[in-house]
Design a protein around this ligand. Structure first.
Ligand SMILES: Cc1cc2nc3c(=O)[nH]c(=O)nc-3n(C[C@H](O)[C@H](O)[C@H](O)COP(=O)(O)OP(=O)(O)OC[C@H]3O[C@@H](n4cnc5c(N)ncnc54)[C@H](O)[C@@H]3O)c2cc1C
Length: 220
């Protein structure tokens, strides 16, 4: 979707092939930095300011089961920002979801990149893999290279709720209420990054849209 423009009744949406659609009500479940340009005639969204986002990469690595000589307990860990590690977290996928990994394999999924430390995401796959393996070998012993590695980059993907987030979010929703009746927003940028929170916001958003539509139908 490229643009949302208010009409005498409802909204005109312009999509990527320039096709135009009409909507009486809209629930926008997009990252906030994608929403701002859709209301390009309204400076208020620029004035409210960004909801910062971080870019991360995941590094999935498969090893034969005997590659790990000294293992750690549990199904993964997160790394504090104060620690001298490049990786920010690692999951033992073969323990977390054993049905997804053959019995004779180990699947580790490490994360790199966080707010203001995102340059690592732009390194070559091999360099990211080496960095993660060096980090892992400081806390366990892996005696061989992975059989297969997949690096996936998730740019601008994790919203950061900095101080003032609640007020910023309320200002955005207030502008929708005042200037764009029938337009609502939800998703990770606003009220919780966890998947379950995003699903809840989607469900609540649909109820809000249906109630709004019932309201305008009754008025007409
Ligand atoms: C690497 C990674 C690992 C994670 N792991 C976990 C986890 O283990 N557990 C957990 O609970 N959460 C996890 N999260 C967080 C969670 O996945 C996200 O917060 C959640 O998926 C966000 O959902 P959303 O619907 O708000 O946004 P998204 O899932 O980002 O959906 C937004 C959609 O909008 C589309 N879009 C963007 N711009 C436009 C446009 N202009 N027009 C039309 N469509 C557009 C995008 O293509 C995308 O499909 C993880 C996130 C990342 C990045």
């Amino acid at each position: 979707m490229h643009n949302i423009s208010k009409q005498a009744r409802g909204y005109e949406l312009t999509v990527s092939n320039q096709e135009k659609l009409h909507a009486d009500s809209i629930f926008i479940a997009l990252p906030y930095h994608e929403i701002i340009p859709m209301f390009r005639d309204d400076a208020i969204f620029e004035e409210i300011g960004e909801i910062p986002v971080a870019s991360v990469a995941t590094v999935g690595m498969i090893f034969p089961k005997d590659a790990i000589e000294k293992d750690i307990k549990g199904s993964g860990f997160v790394v504090s920002r104060n620690e001298d590690f490049s990786m920010t977290a690692c999951s033992w996928i073969h323990r977390k979801w054993p049905h997804t990994v053959p019995d004779d394999k180990i699947l580790l999924r490490a994360f790199v990149g966080r707010r203001k430390e995102e340059s690592i995401v732009d390194l070559a796959d091999k360099a990211i893999e080496e960095t993660v393996l060096n980090d892992l070998n400081r806390i366990m012993t892996i005696n061989q290279a992975p059989e297969y590695t997949m690096v996936t980059r998730w740019r601008n993907s994790i919203p950061q709720y900095t101080v003032g987030h609640v007020q910023r979010k309320e200002a955005i929703f207030e502008e929708f209420r005042k200037a764009y009746p029938g337009v609502f927003a939800g998703g990770a940028s606003f009220d919780g990054v966890e998947l379950s929170e995003c699903v809840r916001q989607g469900k609540d958003g649909m109820s809000t849209v249906l109630n709004y539509l019932k309201g305008i139908t009754t008025q007409n």
